[in-house]
Design a protein around this ligand. Structure first.
Ligand SMILES: *Cc1c(COP(=O)(O)O)cnc(C)c1O
Length: 375
């Protein structure tokens, strides 16, 4: 059994993908070819934004807006303590200081009340200037933008949505990557919408920001390629990857339906044995992961081991919170600083989730889990 079954997906779209990739190669426009331009138009329309700037990966997608806004030394940028490392990494890479925020125990996403507390603390200390908050749409579910936007407005902070896992999810009918001043996603193969390599995208409505981001993507170009007006990066999406993404976007909505069907079945079959994901009303998840919580760290590790013995793959996303990462030791944070996030790290377990789970496989997974949890 596979944790994420990209093979079955490829079989479904093989003819189209192969054809489109070969055409892209035959046309010879390997860099910023027509498929890149048309993909950006399609993606912007899909999420409901004016601009889409495709790029090299989800990490560069987060870094470029920080550079565009001139966020760096002396600035505080707020991020959830429970996320993939890249969310916090880019803040430090830009020269700013990451300020971690604890999460909501049910949704795994940033807690807006904790965000306000963290902002007030930074203001009281007076060392850093609060500039931006980066809520993460963890495991496929958007952050609580309604509550976060209120806090961000009150303290005049920019909001950047990290939608690397959220792409396809919705909040009050609005798609992930619609939220905040700027939003980003990743097309890493295992994400809800993935390509066959690295890729990412940035979305915004502001024309000036969009033009800065397009410049940053190609060495800070000005009027042309050899006119360089700022220090940028080389962060383009390959035409071949855009060709793949076109084919995957064609079936994406259909895949969201089957992912949600699988999640519903998991929920029904597991509700009596574990804490299953909570999807607040008004939200639809894209189920980047299906993550349950067990009663303790010991139990979680035991269940993971038993599942492995039964041939069912599981993963722990994430076993270490940001504030306890070696790379962030310099911030001087310690165990106990973010109790909800630390508790999640000890008790989470993600089980197979993808659009090609048939009912028999779902039953195999849940039967094994029930056994493992009882054992
Ligand atoms: C995967 C991921 C990223 C980084 O995306 P890459 O394409 O791997 O660089 C950033 N944030 C979150 C929450 C992610 O899951």
């Amino acid at each position: 059994m596979q944790f994420i079954d990209l093979e079955t997906q490829y079989k479904r779209i093989k003819e189209k993908v192969d054809g489109r990739v070969i055409s892209a190669i035959s046309e010879g426009k390997y860099i910023m070819g027509p498929d890149v331009i048309s993909l950006e138009e399609r993606l912007a329309a899909y999420v409901g934004r004016k601009h889409c700037i495709s790029c090299s990966n989800g990490t560069d997608a987060l870094l470029m807006p920080l550079l565009a806004y001139g966020i760096g030394e002396g600035d505080a940028v707020f991020a959830p303590d429970f996320t993939f490392f890249a969310t916090a990494e880019v803040i430090a890479a830009a020269g700013a200081t990451p300020i971690f925020v604890d999460i909501d125990k049910d949704t795994f996403n940033m807690d807006a009340i904790e965000l306000e507390k963290a902002i007030v603390k930074v203001l009281e200390e007076g060392r850093l200037v609060p500039r931006m908050v980066i809520p993460v749409d963890l495991f496929g579910q958007t952050a609580d933008y309604k509550a976060i936007d209120i806090v961000a407005k009150k303290y005049n902070l920019l909001v950047m949505e990290d939608g690397a896992q959220g792409f396809g999810g919705t909040l009050d009918g609005k798609k992930a990557c619609y939220f905040g001043d700027v939003s980003t996603t990743s097309f890493f193969p295992a994400k809800p919408l993935g390509c066959y390599g690295d890729g990412g995208a940035i979305f915004c409505d502001d024309d000036e920001l969009a033009s800065k981001l397009r410049s940053l993507r190609v060495h800070g170009h000005g009027a042309d390629k050899y006119d360089n007006v700022r220090i940028g990066m080389n962060a383009r999406l390959d035409t071949v990857q855009a060709a793949v993404l076109h084919c995957k976007l064609d079936i994406f909505d259909d895949e969201l339906v089957t992912r949600n069907h699988a999640a519903k079945m998991y929920g029904e079959l597991l509700k009596d044995v574990a804490e299953t994901p909570v999807v607040p009303s008004g939200m639809m998840s894209s189920w980047a992961q299906y993550t349950i919580k067990l009663e303790s760290e010991e139990k979680r590790n035991k269940v993971a081991e038993l599942m492995k013995q039964m041939g069912v793959p599981t993963m722990v996303y994430y076993s270490k919170p940001m504030h306890l990462q070696t790379a962030f030791q310099y911030l001087g944070l310690k165990e106990g600083d973010f109790p909800i996030s630390e508790d999640a790290c000890k008790r989470v377990l993600s089980i197979p989730m993808h659009p090609y789970l048939d009912e028999e496989t779902i039953k195999t997974v849940t039967d094994a889990l029930v056994l493992a949890i009882k054992g």
